[in-house]
Design a protein around this ligand. Sequence first.
Ligand SMILES: O=C[C@H](O)[C@@H](O)CC(=O)C(=O)O
Ligand SMILES: [Zn+2]
Length: 276
Amino acid sequence: MEIRFSHSPEETLRMSTQELRRHFLVQHLMQDDVVRLVYAHDDRLIIGGARPLTNPLHLPNHPELKADYFLERRELGVINVGGRGTVHADGQTFELEKLDAVYLGKGTREVSFAAVSPHDPPVFFLLSAPAHASYPNQVMKKQDAAPMQAGDDKNANKRTIYKYIHLDGIRSCQLVMGLTMLEPGSVWNSVPPHTHTRRTEVYFYFDVPAAQRVFHFMGQPQETRHLVMANHEAVISPPWSVHFGCGTSHYGFIWGMAGENQVYNDMDVVEVKSVL
Ligand SMILES: O=C[C@H](O)[C@@H](O)CC(=O)C(=O)O
Ligand SMILES: [Zn+2]
């Protein structure tokens, strides 16, 4: 498991492109028959990817957690952005089609991921946060994820926001998770931008065509920097950072958060005209 420590706003504004990418961008998350994990010390999030082909993949423990098993003191959200797959959790099996999610609570001992067909493998995005109580393991289909329309065509940001793990959906200790799908012709996400110093957020871009990129903006609202991101890459947004982006095509992205509260609308909006 890779470990990423936190960085202050002050040091971040002096970083080169390569330094920004090394500290905030998470690449190569989805590898065949591998569970890859990255521990980000911002809100102690663990970001992961699992792409099982022929064999079930087990969620490993890690010595750094000083736990008997991964979810001893943690909870986990999983969203599938690939083909049909299954998530096994202590004798329960959850089947996830593309854009379905499952929540696994603290105390779940055995977790594994499998493909239904190796020719169309699932692509599981994982996000885990520390947990103090056990909430039930639960699956949610995309159509049950409270779709909410946002943006419009003329501003090229028409999109649908699906919420899976949140106060009125699957309950959790800290995790808040969902995804956003942009309409063809719409390319801007999360405009107007915002921060929420109460929570760290991770964006994971998917359905980005191979020849296209998303220009993701981060940084303090008047000190923005950008990261050029390809399909299946994630970016860590520290609590003080904006997180919004513009693609060279339409795309989708998973967003996931943890921290002080779980109120989805708790965003300190930054007027577009004040961004620098
Ligand atoms: O804090 C919330 C997150 O940044 C996202 O949910 C925003 C988003 O998906 C969007 O506007 O499309
Ligand atoms: Zn946000």
